[in-house]
Design a protein around this ligand. Sequence first.
Ligand SMILES: Cc1cc2nc3c(=O)[nH]c(=O)nc-3n(C[C@H](O)[C@H](O)[C@H](O)COP(=O)(O)O)c2cc1C
Length: 193
Amino acid sequence: MVGLASDYGAPSARSDRNCTVPRFLVAYYSWTGNTEKVANLIAETLSADIERIRDAEPRGGPFAFPSAVVASLLKSSPPISQPTKNVADYDVVILGCPVWASNMATPMRTYIMRENPGIKQVALFCTLGGSGGKAALARMAALCGRAPLADLIVNGIATYSGNWRGLTESFARQVQTQPVRKSDAASHAPAAA
Ligand SMILES: Cc1cc2nc3c(=O)[nH]c(=O)nc-3n(C[C@H](O)[C@H](O)[C@H](O)COP(=O)(O)O)c2cc1C
């Protein structure tokens, strides 16, 4: 269940309600650290606040990988820890996660299902090892019930192949230059994802 505004940490000074600078939140899930690197660079480039989406129960053991694949194929939404930031305090929420079985990592599904009603505008990114990035982003957009301001697929970050830093910075600048709607969250009808 989404907490009340008072349950959350205060937004940073740049994201104060009286400030005219757009307020950005990077909300990401990362199991093995790749998505976290991209999330940190986006947050640094935008001076954004950051929310790490955490599993409520630790992932581990010999069956963790196949379990995650199956859960992703079944479109599960596992329990996550209570978020620390209130999405309603931000103009744009940038959602990022790894691709699991050509879909979003399942904790991101839980986060979107909980938080989407309070989100004003979204931008999306994912990291992956080979294929399924477009499908995963399309499913995230469908679950959010709207098109993202911008999106980014980071392939091969684990091997540091490709210009992931350049791509990430350019994505962040794209988000920054989009017109930001100041109105409150509209009703977004999520589609099957
Ligand atoms: C359960 C699971 C399923 C995955 N499925 C895919 C996939 O369908 N396509 C792909 O390119 N990479 C896949 N990967 C690789 C991850 O997307 C990639 O390593 C990602 O960068 C990991 O991000 P993280 O370090 O933030 O957890 C999968 C990884 C895991 C753990």
